[in-house]
Design a protein around this ligand. Structure first.
Ligand SMILES: [Zn+2]
Length: 67
């Protein structure tokens, strides 16, 4: 999963793989199409193989903030 700032509801949401509706490879990288929690279709550059730009989890977030 990764964080995404929705262009429709303007909220930063956690997007899960189950919300993906499509993935396409482009010269710039992987572009994922998914449905936001608000129902809007969104696209985002992402790396589905562990190098997401903003990986988050509640535990790691607290740890990073303490460093
Ligand atoms: Zn949204």
């Amino acid at each position: 999963m990764f964080k995404h700032l929705c262009t429709s509801c303007h909220r930063t949401q956690l997007i899960f793989m189950s919300q993906f509706t499509g993935v396409a490879g482009t010269p710039d990288g992987v572009v994922a199409t998914f449905t936001c929690w608000c129902g809007a279709e969104q696209t985002s550059h992402t790396d589905l193989f562990g190098l997401a730009p903003a990986p988050v989890s509640p535990v790691d977030h607290a740890r990073v903030a303490a460093v």
